[in-house]
Design a protein around this ligand. Structure first.
Ligand SMILES: C[S@@+](CC[C@H](N)C(=O)[O-])C[C@H]1O[C@@H](n2cnc3c(N)ncnc32)[C@H](O)[C@@H]1O
Length: 472
């Protein structure tokens, strides 16, 4: 657009929220994207990036509010990269999530047998997470209040908290997160205190020096059990410092049922480690979903919204429509939660999962629930499906459940699905855009019977879908 350049200031009316959670405005048709704005607001913005077909802007002032604007519950709102939509009323969040699913699936060349259903809300809107990851950083972000405070000299070289929106290199000390319980937050405060007192430094993402990397707190909503997983680099004095943090957790604060330490020797900035050492407890917590019990260890995937997962698995069961005679495959099965929730309605269920720890948990979970008709294969699905002899995998599946990570299914997995040609596929997805890609590939052989969106992540743009596909 002519005349618009970086630094230009202007007033805009916000039109909509787009996939990913940002707000969009059109200026004579030219798209302007921004954070921290809501549809219906009139905003004063400054252009921060100008491209040929769109611009990005920073909101300087809200001139007129949105009718759906509410007071955010969290004191870190606006800085934190987590809850983008905490200032939007919940009914409106659900409407936008529905629109995003509709937009993403609108391009799929397949007739939907029924309209995309309304989004099923999360049973709870706050403190719904059973797992949160926090990052240590040598670059602490200070809030405007902290910067303005002349009485306290804040140490900017140590933080444990969450990333500032859009800044992978900046972390603020989180003291208040409404997505998890106050007890879990108190645990994070204690770990921060112990790590600071150790005199060891946080890991520096550019120099790769320093020790403290991540802490993951898991809290079972049904049993109250709590797991703390501390992930560090290697370095002199680390083990002793970790043990001191362990003692601090044991003697202060809310109960922690098990404490695990592992080491991330890679440069990858992910909250995963090797050589997991259980300092005390079982190394796992127990969570209940419906009538099933699940053992969740430090690094296994488990749906983060326990109460929401109950509704999701119920929808998977309804969509699968099992009668007790079917062979079912559960692809990307994690700790076996979907497989186990289907087991009583199937002849046999086989789960497939990359992470060996999760496979071990899945077997333990089967035993914990006296389920005898499930088995699990470890390894990368695209290889396991192609290279495992058919006699090992057993009879062809009547129904396949697939629940891939955000990146969706590997094309080789989609190809394998088409070759296996089960009578029904239930596709669970946490990313409507990769879901649309995978459905497009499956459309040659399947019709989409139903699309049911579920909100497992209130206040964020994320949305989960359960799609039932029937072979043509
Ligand atoms: C969205 S989770 C679903 C887990 C499970 N269905 C549940 O509801 O708890 C995706 C799972 O896929 C696994 N995974 C990721 N890439 C994989 C791959 N290439 N092969 C097999 N499993 C994979 C992850 O470890 C994770 O457990």
């Amino acid at each position: 657009m002519e005349g618009l350049r970086k630094g230009s200031e202007l007033e805009l009316l916000v039109d909509k929220l787009v996939f990913g959670g940002r707000a969009l405005s059109r200026l004579d048709g030219f798209v302007v994207l921004m954070d921290r704005a809501l549809p219906g607001q009139k905003v004063h913005v400054r252009i921060v990036k100008k491209k040929a077909n769109y611009a990005e802007a920073q909101v300087i002032r809200v001139l007129e509010p949105s009718p759906h604007q509410i007071q955010p519950a969290c004191s870190h709102f606006g800085v934190c990269g987590g809850c983008l939509w905490q200032d939007l009323d919940y009914a409106e969040q659900l409407l936008w999530k529905h629109r995003h699913v509709t937009e993403c699936l609108g391009g799929v060349p397949v007739e939907l047998r029924s309209p995309i259903e309304d989004v099923t809300p999360s049973p709870v809107l706050y403190e719904y997470r059973n797992k949160m990851e926090f990052t240590f950083s040598a670059h602490r972000w200070l809030s405007a209040d902290e910067v303005a405070c002349t009485e306290t000299a804040y140490d900017r070289s140590f933080a444990l908290g969450l990333h500032v929106r859009g800044r992978f290199d900046r972390v603020f000390d989180v003291h208040d997160c409404r997505l998890e319980s106050a007890e879990a937050m108190a645990v994070v405060d204690l770990v921060r205190r112990g790590a600071r007192e150790s005199g060891l430094s946080p890991y520096h993402i550019r120099t790769h020096q320093g020790v403290w990397r991540f802490v993951v707190v898991r809290e079972a909503k049904k049993t109250g059990q709590r797991l703390v997983h501390l992930i560090t680099a290697e370095g002199p004095g680390t083990e002793r410092a970790v043990e001191r943090i362990g003692r601090l957790l044991e003697s202060h604060g809310p109960p922690v049922t098990t404490f695990v330490h592992s080491i991330n020797r890679t440069r990858a900035h992910v909250a995963q480690g090797e050589d997991a050492r259980v300092l005390w407890g079982a190394g796992a917590i127990e969570e209940h979903v419906g009538t099933l019990r699940f053992r969740i260890s430090a690094q296994s995937f488990f749906q983060t919204n326990t109460l929401g997962a109950e509704r999701l698995y119920e929808a998977v069961r309804e969509s699968a429509g099992l009668t007790g005679t079917e062979t079912v495959w559960d692809l990307y099965c994690g700790t076996g939660s979907i497989a186990l929730s289907l087991a009583s309605q199937a002849r046999k269920v086989t789960g497939f999962e990359l992470i060996e720890d999760a496979v071990a948990d899945a077997y333990r979970n089967a035993a914990l629930n006296d389920v005898e008709n499930c088995r699990f294969f470890g390894g990368d699905l695209k290889d396991v499906l192609r290279h495992t002899p058919r006699e090992v995998l057993g009879s062809a599946p009547d129904v396949i459940i697939t629940d891939p990570p955000r990146s969706g299914m590997h094309p080789k997995v989609v190809k394998a699905l088409l070759e296996l040609a089960p009578r029904r596929i239930v596709a669970v997805s946490c990313n409507p855009s990769t879901l649309a890609r995978d459905l497009t590939a499956l459309a040659q052989a399947y019709t989409v019977h139903s699309v049911r969106p579920f909100d497992l992540f209130p206040h964020t743009p994320h949305i989960e879908c359960v799609v039932r596909l029937d072979r043509k």
